[in-house]
Design a binder for this molecule. Structure first.
Ligand SMILES: [Fe+2]
Ligand SMILES: [Fe+2]
Length: 295
């Protein structure tokens, strides 16, 4: 578990962490028992991570020999480390879902084929896709943290801690994909193309996946559940769209998006004791700073 902090050209950012999560108990797909639809939306996104994030890593590794800025090279390596940790942790969690949901295998096959295809695209397109995904993840991370009490309140601590750790690190490395793309290509047209492609791709695949998970639950056919899902999506998009719009500005840089104080407090908590951040107390999400479950 180490903990090196890099002074980037855009301020101190990345800490390299190894998180002590474990998913010994299967059957936690409805990790937020009061919100099974949100649970499955998050699970659907989690299923993509062991395919999407290795693709991002491969793109960055292909870009690496072309980069001439030593600070950016160091940041790229730290980005690769963080993304590597993310998909490994999600894979462990996804395996626990797959043991309960036979449809997971088919969902994973589609994702594997998608990223095999994307691996064959030009490096410019792949880096634009990476930056597009990162800008979307930054907006989602800020939205999840701001709305944490509604979305994660009173839910399973481990899954919540996994999701919020991931997005806190997405916020930490928000500048890297932008700076790598800008350093090598810097085209507004391709940046926006990558953003639109990545957003539509991830949202569409996530929708297909949560539909199948909810079908297996018997909830997709349930009118009350579909109304809850519609209301939830409306709430999410109402909060997300204003956070996505700045990406279209020609002068956009992720550094312009300020970090939520809750995420900064989480990082301080991790430095004090990493175990604390792996068991967040979801009953205290109304408080300004994160707290962990008592031992
Ligand atoms: Fe990630
Ligand atoms: Fe990321």
């Amino acid at each position: 578990m180490s903990d090196s902090i890099v002074q980037s050209q855009h301020g101190p950012r990345m800490t390299l962490r190894r998180m002590p999560f474990s998913y010994e108990k299967p059957g936690k797909a409805h990790w937020n028992s009061g919100k099974p639809e949100f649970s499955q939306i998050v699970n659907a996104a989690s299923l993509a991570m062991p395919y999407l994030e290795p693709h991002l890593i491969r793109s960055m590794r292909r870009a690496r020999p072309k980069i001439t800025d030593p600070i950016l090279l160091e940041q790229l390596d730290q980005y690769v480390y963080q993304e590597g940790q993310h998909y490994q942790q999600h894979k462990k969690y996804n395996d626990s879902i797959a043991s309960e949901y036979p449809c997971v295998h088919g969902i994973e096959e589609v994702l594997a084929a998608d990223y095999k295809r994307l691996d064959k695209k030009s490096l410019r397109f792949r880096l634009a896709y990476a930056e597009g995904f990162e800008s979307m993840a930054l907006a989602i991370g800020n939205m999840l943290i701001t709305d944490r009490e509604f979305l994660f309140g009173n839910s399973d601590s481990t899954v919540t801690s996994l999701v919020l750790w991931h997005f806190i690190e997405e916020i930490e490395h928000k500048n890297v994909a932008f700076d790598v793309f800008d350093h090598l290509y810097g085209s507004y047209f391709w940046r926006i193309t990558g953003f639109l492609y990545a957003t539509v791709h991830i949202f569409w695949r996530s929708r297909q996946a949560y539909k199948r998970l909810l079908q297996q639950d018997g909830l997709w056919q349930n009118l009350k559940s579909r109304w809850r899902l519609a209301g939830l999506l409306l709430r999410i998009f109402k909060k997300l769209i204003p956070r996505l719009l700045p990406v279209f500005r020609p002068g956009y840089h992720p550094e312009q998006i300020s970090d939520p104080q809750w995420a900064l407090d989480w990082a301080v908590m991790f430095n004090a004791d990493p175990e604390l951040t792996s068991k967040l107390d979801t009953c205290r999400f109304d408080e300004d700073s994160p707290a962990s479950l008592p031992n």
